[in-house]
Design a protein around this ligand. Structure first.
Ligand code: AMP
Length: 433
């Protein structure tokens, strides 16, 4: 479907054509007209589906007619009264939304968008809020702080957007979200985007939306097929290190994103890779925002070939030249796996996702396969084979292997009480407040 058919104005259409977009993605085709029509929407869509444009385009169109009038005629110390609020789980994702708003023409529409994020200095944020932006993009924790100090009022809010709502709930933001929602007018339009609409997200969605239309956008088989998935069995962290070094020497790699479970390991692995001659750096929640921004700039400009990151820090990274995602450590949940591998195969390109799997992590792999309904092929590199073999798993009759999965996928062991590779090291928790 072309964007012309979706009711967008000429200047937005021009920006989309300048951005090289020729057709709407499925989530855009289903969401844009519905959002323009005004009702609440619950949209299940994966990362990389084009969901940001699916909520920003109708928003920019809707807010345009009265843009900047309110901004000019307000009292000097009045609180900011945004018309739209986009809530995002992490700083990186929020900055990504801001970049997309610029690309789709927020300024050309006469609108002002600002980001209110954890890790930014408060005085700078006060200055931004003093401009009374129409659009606020925020992480929940920092937004609550500004609401409490009276710097923001949602009395004029027309549209509330929750991006990656499942992630925000995973990160424990439920109370903050409910507080924010309670401060907005009941007349608002609410658009909730989430990888899943089941479980807690579904319950929260019910509470904060009215007669919402549900749009489920299956990630198309073709889109998923663009990301090839493999796994290598590894004996221990030394084996992981050797194999990682080998894999990263593949000339087919444009840029690689390596995921570790802990901040400490992100630093350690990035350091080891740098010593081995790779243009590598770490990205995690303990790093100052300015350093994180510089690192991401280096990645985007191609000065960095390997970024070693934790889940939280990598959320929202949209760099089309990331050709490979390597799970040095497996993620905590299958949802995180999908988010991770979605960092490659962007903008229509192919990608390869490789996981290094310890012998006791078979059940984690099986859970991922069940969630994605795709088997992950086992790969072996001559000279880098695992010495131990996977511990056989006792058959569990009630748990069928994923559809289409090869029989061999059932050969893994139950996990040890603590994942051996990272015992003693804490997984990174949210650090964006
Ligand atoms: P998102 O899921 O919003 O993070 O978008 C994923 C990527 O797809 C981003 O790089 C967007 O710039 C790109 N994108 C979004 N919509 C389109 C489209 N209609 N055509 C081509 N690329 C798009």
């Amino acid at each position: 479907m072309t964007f012309n058919e979706l009711g967008l104005g000429p200047s937005l259409l021009k920006n989309l054509s300048d951005a090289g977009y020729t057709a709407a993605t499925p989530v855009q085709a289903q969401t844009i007209a519905a959002a323009l029509a005004g009702g609440d929407l619950l949209v299940s869509s994966q990362t990389g589906s084009g969901k940001t444009a699916a909520f920003l385009l109708p928003l920019l169109q809707k807010l345009t007619p009265n843009a900047s009038v309110a901004r000019k005629s307000r009292a000097r110390f009045a609180p900011a009264e945004p018309k739209a609020l986009v809530l995002a789980p992490t700083r990186e994702l929020a900055l990504q939304v801001m970049a997309a708003a610029e690309k789709y023409g927020v300024r050309g529409q006469g609108l002002k968008a600002v980001a209110i994020l954890g890790g930014m200095p408060y005085p700078k944020q006060m200055q931004l809020l003093a401009q009374n932006p129409e659009i606020l993009v925020a992480t929940p924790g920092r937004l609550i702080d500004h609401m409490a100090s009276g710097k923001i009022s949602f009395a004029q809010l027309e549209v509330l957007i929750l991006d990656e709502a499942d992630r925000m709930l995973d990160m424990g933001f439920i109370e903050d979200i409910e507080k924010i929602v309670a401060a907005t007018p009941a007349t608002r339009q609410t658009l909730l985007f989430s990888a899943t609409l089941d479980g807690l997200v579904g319950k929260v969605a019910q509470r904060i939306t009215r007669e919402a239309r549900v749009i489920r956008v299956a990630s198309s088989a073709a889109a998923r097929a663009k990301i090839e998935q493999r796994l290598h069995r590894v004996d221990d962290s030394q084996h992981k290190g050797r194999l990682l070094d080998y894999l990263l020497r593949d000339a087919a790699i444009d840029q690689a994103l390596v995921f570790t479970a802990t901040k400490r390991d992100a630093d350690r692995v990035a350091g080891e890779l740098s010593v081995a001659g790779f243009a590598a750096a770490a990205l995690h929640g303990d790093m100052h925002q300015s350093v994180r921004n510089r690192t991401l700039d280096a990645l985007r400009s191609g000065r960095l070939r390997v970024l070693v990151a934790t889940d939280v820090a990598a959320r929202g990274i949209d760099v089309p030249t990331i050709s490979h995602v390597i799970n040095y450590d497996l993620p905590h949940s299958p949802e995180d796996y999908v988010h991770r591998i979605g960092r490659t195969g962007r903008a229509g390109r192919a990608g390869l996702a490789v996981s290094l799997v310890g012998h006791a992590e078979g059940i984690t792999v099986r859970n991922i396969e069940r969630f994605t309904r795709q088997p992950i092929a086992v790969d072996v590199v001559a000279g880098y084979e695992a010495k131990k073999s996977a511990v056989p798993v006792r058959a569990k009759p009630r748990r069928a292997p994923p559809r289409g999965a090869p029989r061999s996928e059932g050969r893994y062991a139950k996990p040890a009480p603590k994942a051996a590779a990272n015992s003693g090291a804490k997984r990174e928790r949210y650090a964006g407040r």
